[in-house]
Design a protein around this ligand. Structure first.
Ligand code: PEP
Length: 254
């Protein structure tokens, strides 16, 4: 098995203003975090500069939650990859289920965004995949995730995909308090790794960081992230509070 570093990323969604981001960063930087685990915070666009400045030199990464697939143009309300580069972000969430559900994100636009990020920047995409509740109840969750991976990664080669972070986020577990059991999460993350091995090769599959996301909290992080194919978490609600997020990171590092 490749030597993958554990990676915990917070997703603030549309919570926290600039003042809230400053307060979070001040408090978070005063707390002790375990070494040897990567941490990032994905914030709304307007809060990115605040976090990039606050976390400079600390090793804590900063991520955006979306980006457009063109470099510039008449796309009112959008943000381009060069703009994220100018600000200095490290990561960008792509294809979050809330964007797929409420903002018309499709596997085709996800694929274009991944290509744009990889071809024109060193910003690492965190690609979200996952099934809906009715799909899990029908037992087709692996088919859904398999199809997402095929479409989202179309045209990307093995060396590129090695750099990718994938977050398996069952939609029924996001913000609902319903967590996939550690075994359910492991089963799908292992499936994703196997799928990558069949699309590329085993070395590529072993290099990819695969996170679980969906109601991860300090109390369940250790059991979930302790599983062999789960390399970390994408954390929504529990990333908003600096003390709670720090406890979650500590639990994940155990
Ligand atoms: C998310 O937003 O990606 C997420 C997993 O949210 P939560 O942790 O709140 O379920």
């Amino acid at each position: 098995m490749a030597d993958r570093v554990k990676f915990i990323a917070g997703n603030w969604k549309m919570f926290k203003d600039i003042e809230g981001a400053k307060e979070f960063a001040d408090a978070f930087l005063k707390l002790n975090r375990p070494a040897g685990i990567k941490v990032a915070v994905c914030a709304p666009f307007l809060q990115l500069t605040t976090l990039v400045d606050a976390f400079a030199g600390t090793g804590i990464g900063v991520g955006a939650q979306n980006v457009h697939f063109e470099d510039s143009g008449a796309f009112t309300g959008e943000i381009a990859v060069p703009m994220l580069k100018e600000v200095g972000v490290d990561y960008c969430i792509i294809g979050h289920s809330e964007r797929r559900e409420y903002f018309g994100e499709t596997d085709e636009t996800v694929n274009k965004k991944l290509k744009k990020l990889f071809n024109t920047s060193d910003i690492i995409p965190i690609l979200c995949v996952g099934e809906k509740l009715d799909e899990r109840e029908a037992g087709v969750q692996q088919d859904i995730v398999s199809a997402q991976l095929e479409k989202d990664l179309a045209g990307l080669d093995a060396d590129t995909v090695k750099e990718l972070v994938i977050a398996y986020e069952p939609i029924w577990a996001i913000g609902t308090g319903k967590t996939a059991t550690p075994d359910q999460a492991q089963e799908m993350c292992a499936f994703i790794r196997g799928k990558l091995a069949s699309m590329y090769d085993q070395a590529t599959a072993d290099a990819v960081i695969i996170q679980y996301g969906g109601s991860v909290k300090p109390g369940n992080a250790k059991d979930i992230i302790g599983k062999p194919d789960i390399d970390g978490a994408l954390v929504g609600g529990a990333s908003l509070d600096p003390e709670g997020f720090t406890s979650l990171i500590a639990a994940a590092a155990e």
